[in-house]
Design a binder for this molecule. Structure first.
Ligand SMILES: Cc1cc2nc3c(=O)[nH]c(=O)nc-3n(C[C@H](O)[C@H](O)[C@H](O)COP(=O)(O)OP(=O)(O)OC[C@H]3O[C@@H](n4cnc5c(N)ncnc54)[C@H](O)[C@@H]3O)c2cc1C
Length: 439
């Protein structure tokens, strides 16, 4: 999977290709000192600064017209503390590299999102999450952060040190400083057994509470224009490992991530009227499978078909009603949606602007194939999500502003006050932060 590109013209582009930026210059610091110097130099030149990860956000959260800080020379594990059960990594380390290195040491993170291409800092900064009954987002697994702040100085925070910064900076939106290292909680490497099984949507909604209660990680994909879903249940296992076979890895590994699904989307884009038929055939083609593997290989899979995505967290008890309304909206409309809707959960956490801050949450994600007009679908979906008090993923398409967030997050003012203290001149500002956090 390629990351962001920067052509000769100096244009930066995100993974989905829906955001571009034209930074004045790019810097790839190789040490915390070089990064501090880059921030100080930007201040002298009157430029804004923004660190990017791998550009996997669908919003303009990482875009800058000032100095773009690249992550590739700030990678690798700094230290593993087995007694404390932690690992400290450089900020630009891709999650993939962290997972592989931890597995080699017999260690693992507790929960992951769908992919592992992102950097540890990019993933935490926007609140990247997977699905979990008891275990939460990647940011919720953070035990400490090291940041370069707007004056170029280094600040560390944890549950014991600079606790106000720690509360906010785990999902910091790049607004409070540039992260240089993250300490994560780790645990002994474990196996997960995944059970993937097609199930009618009506049954999933009727039995959602049981499916959620009985499984450590429950999620499902609903296929618009059909009453079908594919469910996935991941639970810890004593083994033995039984990885996905070459032929059986169809849904995640072939359908969602490459060839067949890519072709289906090309056809759907050329002939929108064919989309409901394709969705019906696709959903019926899925069959059940069970496999057991080390955790990160079960949580994640490649996503090679490019798309644009919106995702909202609603209170978990509002999930079934919200999804019924979404289905009714699609059924009533002339929309043609070739991508499944993904549904996941997370327990409440204590991070100021985490989408699960202070409440048990369910996530509903809508996608459209890249190059297909997504505005009408996303606008209609967003109306439903916001009516249920939804909080948008900070890295996925949304149209909300600071007034909305001040209502949606009881601790919003805590975050903006901290930002005023740490970055009064908005050295780390950009247009996205102006919209979402206010001036
Ligand atoms: C195919 C695909 C699958 C995805 N799957 C999931 C999923 O399962 N769950 C989920 O929740 N999200 C998912 N996402 C969204 C993605 O995880 C987030 O958008 C994430 O923020 C991207 O990380 P990145 O490294 O690409 O960061 P970028 O998108 O480059 O940056 C994100 C933010 O982090 C900031 N940032 C980056 N580095 C630093 C730093 N060193 N210090 C301070 N701020 C920094 C940037 O300024 C920006 O504000 C997916 C996205 C794609 C394209």
């Amino acid at each position: 999977m390629s990351t962001t590109v920067s052509g000769k013209s100096g244009t930066w582009r995100n993974w989905a290709g829906n955001v571009t930026a034209h930074p004045v210059r790019e810097v790839a610091p190789a040490s915390v000192e070089e990064l501090s110097a880059a921030v100080r130099k930007a201040a002298e030149d009157g430029l804004r600064v923004k660190a990017v990860g791998t550009g996997h956000s669908f919003t303009s959260t990482a875009a800058t017209d000032g100095v773009l800080i690249r992550p590739q020379l700030l990678t690798g594990i700094r230290r593993i503390d087995r007694e404390a059960g932690t690992v400290t990594v450089e900020a630009g380390t891709p999650l993939k590299r962290l997972n592989v290195a931890l597995a080699r040491e017999g260690l693992s993170l507790t929960n992951m999102g769908d992919i592992m291409e992102q950097t540890v800092s990019g993933a935490t900064s926007t609140g990247t999450h997977g699905t979990g009954r008891d275990s939460a987002s990647i940011a919720a697994q953070v035990r400490g952060l090291e940041l370069v702040t707007a004056d170029g100085s280094v600040l560390t925070c944890s549950e014991k040190e600079n606790v106000d910064v720690f509360a906010a900076a785990r999902v910091g939106l790049g607004a409070l400083g540039i992260i240089t290292a993250i300490t994560f909680a780790v645990e002994p490497l474990f196996l997960l057994t995944a059970r993937e099984e097609p199930m009618p949507l009506d049954r999933v909604l009727a039995e959602f509470d049981e499916l959620w209660t009985e499984n450590e990680h429950f999620e499902f994909y609903w296929f618009p224009h059909t009453g079908s879903t594919n469910t996935k249940r991941n639970n810890r296992s004593a083994g033995p490992p039984k990885p996905v076979g070459q032929l059986s890895g169809w849904f995640e590994d072939e359908f969602l991530s490459n060839g067949v699904f890519q072709v289906a989307n090309w056809v759907g884009r050329a002939v929108p009227a064919a989309v409901p038929t394709i969705a019906g055939v696709s959903s019926r083609a899925l069959s059940a499978r069970t496999y057991t593997d080390i955790a990160y290989r079960v949580f994640t899979s490649p996503r090679r078909v490019r798309f644009v995505e919106m995702e909202y967290a609603v209170p978990r008890e509002a999930l079934t009603e919200t999804l019924r309304e979404l289905k009714a909206m699609v059924d009533r409309s002339t929309l043609r949606v070739s991508f499944p809707v993904e549904v996941r959960t997370a327990p409440a956490d204590d991070i100021t602007l985490s989408t699960a801050s202070g409440r048990d949450s369910a996530y509903i994600a809508v996608h459209m194939f890249r190059g297909t007009s997504y505005q009408a679908y996303f606008t209609a979906a967003e109306r439903i999500f916001t009516a249920h008090g939804g909080r948008p993923h900070w890295g996925k398409v949304h149209t909300r502003d600071a007034d909305y967030f001040a209502e949606a997050y009881p601790r919003f003012g805590e975050f903006t006050a901290l930002r005023d203290r740490l970055d009064p001149d908005r050295r780390f500002g950009n247009d996205y932060l102006r919209r979402t956090l206010g001036a």
